[in-house]
Design a protein around this ligand. Structure first.
Ligand code: WT7
Length: 636
């Protein structure tokens, strides 16, 4: 086992060992960490169909001791985090490992003083500011389970998550900056908490200096609380399999599910995958553009880099403010060496003038990464040529909220990196392609459902409060495998190419939404009788959201009536989920194509939305084939 793989031969040797003797392999990977007590068994539990894998069971640890305390002697004065604010004219902030350690301890003491206990869930609804990173680590320090809700979600979405997690504590801020806009975050929380009677305390971080309503007895200011909080705080000793965090993500049914990751396995996986995929060196300045509100921000913005003792840059803003050169400006300013972003950001920047790139040197860059959705060849080449200047390896990293970390990807500069291929599996990961009936498809140049044989340290442990759902979703569809929900192709060389979801999940700008979840939201609208949502190819977002909606009084009679309905439907989706789930196209219809048994034929709706209207397939089994004509005529 090489702690850092440096050659293709080492990759093959390590891959083989990880499959043949996983216990020895992962024990060696885990050895350098700080353990209060070593494990009894490396791998345990029942992987499938029960979905009860355990890793390093019996061990005792605290992940923040491994992210922070472990580095103090050697790296106390090294930068742990660099914060670049939304506005380029506002000063950036840097925190050394020693300073971050102090801030985390102080925040942890504020949590303790406010009654947060080990095992308790804390909902974090904070913008990408230093306190978000500090708050997450502070929860982990005292053994509270953090559940970060991306600060673009609506009040209803927050309330659903607070109640599902049965959380008594919420951390938030007065407001946030997003490009040219300021958003009053605290008032969104106030609205959410009307339906969350369980919440006892809201801790508010001052960021914009905006006036907010503080509810007596419930709400406190962080800066007031911090005055009485010590700068040291012993780390709570956790069991390897205690939950570390919950992150809500969409599935193919209506309600987002709380994906649970645990302490030790997640830690080892985050560290191993981070260092190997990005081939990290001591002096790298690494920047993952994902918000900490998503799993990418958890594993590769925060935990992975800190576990490795690296310097991680966190950015509050957006790629296009004040102009479309902002990313490249930040790279030059902080001498970023490793840059990790999403295809949707690349495509949106590609669409602007190349001058935005050419004004910057980008000479510090040495490795580029992509995540969240398939990267199309055009975007891959643009990224490689114009950002990497043809000299930086590009890693296209495939993984999921449920996998905790990267599963299939090139190791930068070591294993093959081919446009539109994620590449080879990481050590410990055994991908297979399955037929519909669950048999493995052998050989190369094949396509099928992507599943994973055997457990790996970062695997999802459960869905919060509903283990049955985790079993049914991931482990029971094909017993013996973890089912990913993606379709994939293994090319002639054995490299994996991810094709996209095979379930009713759509991927919009790298964010996952269940079609049922968006339909549920649309159906809340007063005018709406029924709806059906599908994805369609979108130049920038990857997939766009196309909604077919039946309104109460039939089709609108005038253009004005149509716009009222459409605007109202959008407003409802924004209120129920958030702006990120706003339909791109709404087509009002008088009926949906249904089979005689009442099932919506999504295949037809998908084809229409994709513009593939010449071959709709067999429509004779439809209850009313005439609705198809109407839908075709009204296509957006
Ligand atoms: C789904 C997981 C964990 C990364 C952020 C998204 C798609 C992710 C790739 C990639 C093709 C990808 C898959 C996957 N996906 N990365 N490199 N190539 N598709 O996490 O929200 O849990 O979504 O994103 O469809 O199943 P997520």
């Amino acid at each position: 086992m090489h702690s850092r793989i440096r050659t293709l031969e080492e990759y093959h040797a390590d891959y083989r060992q990880s499959v043949e003797d996983p216990d020895a392999f992962w024990a060696a990977c885990a050895a350098p960490f700080t353990w209060r007590k070593k494990w009894d068994t490396v791998r345990g539990g029942e992987f499938s169909p029960a979905g009860t894998s355990t890793w390093f069971d019996g061990a005792r640890l605290n992940i923040t001791e491994n992210c922070l305390d472990r580095h103090l002697a050697q790296r106390g004065n090294k930068l742990a985090l660099i914060f670049e604010p939304n506005d380029s004219k506002t000063r950036h902030l840097r925190l050394t490992y020693r300073e971050l350690h102090q801030q985390v301890c102080q925040f942890a003491n504020v949590l303790l003083n406010n009654g947060v206990e080990k095992g308790e869930r804390v909902i974090i609804y904070l913008p990408m500011i230093p306190q978000l990173a500090v708050a997450v680590l502070a929860c982990a320090r005292i053994g509270a389970v953090h559940s970060v809700v991306f600060a673009g979600f609506s009040a209803t979405a927050i309330a659903d998550r607070v109640n599902d997690a049965d959380a008594h504590f919420v951390l938030t801020a007065d407001g946030l900056n997003r490009g040219p806009k300021q958003i009053p975050v605290k008032s969104v929380v106030d609205e959410a908490l009307v339906t969350c009677p369980g919440v006892r305390r809201v801790i508010v971080v001052e960021h914009l200096g905006w006036p907010v309503t503080m509810q007596e007895g419930r709400d406190v200011w962080y800066h007031e609380e911090a005055k009485n909080a010590a700068l040291t705080c012993p780390a709570e000793e956790m069991a390897a399999e205690d939950p570390l965090f919950i992150l809500y993500t969409s599935g193919s049914t209506g309600k987002p599910k709380g994906v649970v990751h645990s302490q030790a396995g997640y830690m080892v996986w985050a560290d191993y995958t981070f260092r190997n995929v990005f081939q990290v060196e001591e002096n790298d300045v690494y920047w993952c553009t994902a918000d900490i509100g998503w799993v990418t921000g958890h594993t590769y913005g925060l935990y992975g880099p800190l576990l490795a003792g690296s310097t991680s840059l966190l950015f509050e803003g957006v790629p296009t403010y004040p102009d479309a050169g902002r990313f490249w400006e930040v790279i030059d300013k902080h001498h970023v060496t490793i840059f990790y972003t999403a295809p949707t950001a690349i495509r949106s920047l590609m669409a602007t003038s190349l001058d935005n790139v050419l004004s910057y040197s980008l000479h510090s860059l040495r490795i580029l990464g992509s995540v969240g959705e398939p990267i199309n060849e055009e975007a891959w080449h643009w990224y490689h040529q114009h950002i990497g200047k043809g000299r930086c390896p590009v890693v296209d990293t495939w993984w999921q909220t449920e996998t905790g970390g990267i599963m299939i990807s090139a190791l930068a500069g070591i294993t093959p990196s081919v446009p539109a291929r994620a590449g080879l599996p990481l050590p410990g990961v055994q991908p297979v392609l399955l037929n519909q009936d669950g048999t493995e498809i052998e050989g190369n140049d094949q396509e099928g459902y992507l599943a994973i044989k055997g457990s790996w340290p970062g695997i999802i442990r459960t869905t919060w409060g509903d283990h049955e759902r985790a079993q049914q979703t991931y482990f029971q569809p094909y017993p013996g495998y973890y089912f990913t929900g993606d379709g994939a192709r293994r090319d002639e060389q054995g490299l994996y190419r991810i094709i996209g979801r095979v379930d009713d999940v759509i991927n919009v700008s790298g964010h996952r939404f269940g079609t049922a979840e968006i339909e549920n939201a649309i159906n809340q609208n007063e005018y709406v009788v029924e709806s059906a949502v599908v994805g369609y190819p979108h130049d920038v977002k990857g997939q766009g959201i196309y909604a077919y909606v039946i309104c109460q009084h039939g089709l609108p009679k005038t253009a004005a009536e149509r716009s009222i309905y459409e605007a109202s439907i959008i407003e409802t989706v924004v209120a129920e989920i958030g702006k990120i789930a706003k339909p791109d196209k709404i087509q009002l219809v008088s009926g949906l194509p249904k089979t005689r048994s009442g099932k919506i034929m999504r295949r037809i709706l998908r084809k229409v939305a994709e513009g593939e209207t010449s071959n709709l397939g067999d429509v004779t089994t439809l209850l009313d084939p005439a609705v198809v004509e109407e839908i075709l005529a009204g296509k957006k």
